[in-house]
Design a protein around this ligand. Structure first.
Ligand code: SAM
Ligand code: SF4
Length: 340
């Protein structure tokens, strides 16, 4: 018979399937100045988290230090829109000083990037991923809820200029909305010698427009791109979400992220911290692991570490093992509240 002790979670970021977490996505706000139709609920029904529930920079730094002591080596700052959070560059500077943390990257909608790029770079930011779902002004506005294309393009140029590296573009292709722009987006990225990654549309949208037939799969993207540009497969590294491809002429890189058609749950190594201090071990986790009571009520780092390791131990198998998600799912939260 196995003793209770033998079943207790070990003090590292390992789950019951043996996956070890090494990456952390920190959502610093659920708020956003855009309202992308695959992410946010409609403007009338949106309820932002109360300000007092949002972790301060000190609190985020403390939780991150504990997570790094347990094995996290890479952090990505996200949101909502992370650059909406006042002084976010000072958080990035704090995080980059944590011993054992190898890199801090950012995912942004690009609206504030032109004005913030230099300060972000000075704060120690490594790379940034800018979301760009259309190159047509009217369509960009329709998808993102704001007439922002030219400003986002300026942000991309400025980030390249100040040397934020790697700079990548993320696109969500949705059938009937922007799937006719795959080649234009690829050409845009190739012209600037930057990577572009297409993410399959996931059922975490607030408007409820998601349906299986709107997913443009990674394979469809590859077929479209290969019809114009010969591609060379570089495979998917363990723990990475993107399967990578290079262009035969060496200009730029292509990635496809396929959580819906070919999930990569078996070697998933990421954790997520929401802006109100909840740890999620999977995008599709329905359990909340609230760290804030320990952080705010004088709990010790050991208590934090115990809650974190216990939460990670219970990490769900992943979306690849949840076929019901594609059949209509009472999702617990929208993408803007998780951080993508
Ligand atoms: N506001 C920033 C941005 O848009 O890049 C960061 C947060 S956003 C939630 C992170 C990423 O998730 C973005 O690249 C966005 O395009 C992607 N995303 C949002 N909703 C999605 C969905 N339902 N399916 C797939 N990707 C989604
Ligand atoms: Fe905002 Fe990013 Fe969500 Fe768009 S995808 S609404 S920019 S958080």
């Amino acid at each position: 018979m196995i003793s209770e002790q033998a079943l207790a979670p070990p003090r590292e970021l390992v789950d019951k399937k043996g996956r070890v977490a090494g990456k952390l996505r920190i959502s610093v706000t659920d708020r956003c100045n855009f309202a992308c139709l695959f992410c946010m609920p409609d403007k009338e029904s949106i309820r932002w988290l109360p300000k007092e529930d949002i972790l301060s920079f000190e609190e985020i730094e403390r939780v991150t230090r504990v997570l790094v002591s347990l094995g996290i080596t890479k952090v990505r700052v996200t949101g909502g829109e992370p650059l909406l959070r006042k002084g976010v560059e000072s958080l990035i500077a704090r995080l980059t000083r944590i011993d054992g943390l190898e890199s801090v990257d950012l995912t942004t909608n690009g609206w504030f990037l032109a004005e913030k790029a230099r300060a972000l770079k000075a704060a120690g930011l490594r790379g940034a991923t800018v979301s760009l779902h259309s190159l047509r002004e009217d369509r960009f506005a329709k998808i993102s809820g704001l007439n922002a294309l030219s400003r986002v393009l300026e942000g991309i140029s400025e980030a390249v200029r100040v040397g934020i590296e790697p700079l990548k573009i993320n696109s969500v292709a949705i059938r009937g909305y922007n799937d006719d722009e795959v080649l234009d987006l690829v050409e845009f990225a190739r012209d600037r010698n930057i990577s572009i990654r297409f993410i399959e549309f996931m059922p975490l949208d607030g408007l409820g427009i998601w349906s299986q037939d709107k997913i443009v799969t990674g394979q469809e993207i590859l077929d479209i791109v290969a019809s114009r540009f010969p591609l060379v497969s570089k495979g998917r590294s363990k723990g990475e979400t993107a399967s990578l491809w290079e262009f035969e002429d060496g200009k730029g890189k292509l990635g496809v992220i396929t959580p819906m058609s070919a999930p990569f749950c078996d070697d998933c190594d990421r954790l997520r911290l929401t802006s109100d201090g909840k740890l999620l071990s999977c995008l599709f986790d329905t359990e909340y692991h609230d760290l804030k009571p320990i952080v705010r009520k004088g709990g010790s780092d050991t208590e934090l570490a115990n809650l974190i390791t216990a939460a990670v131990w219970r990490k769900p198998d992943g979306v690849g093992y949840m076929p019901w998600i594609k059949e209509g799912w009472g999702k617990p939260r929208n993408m803007n509240a998780i951080g993508g």
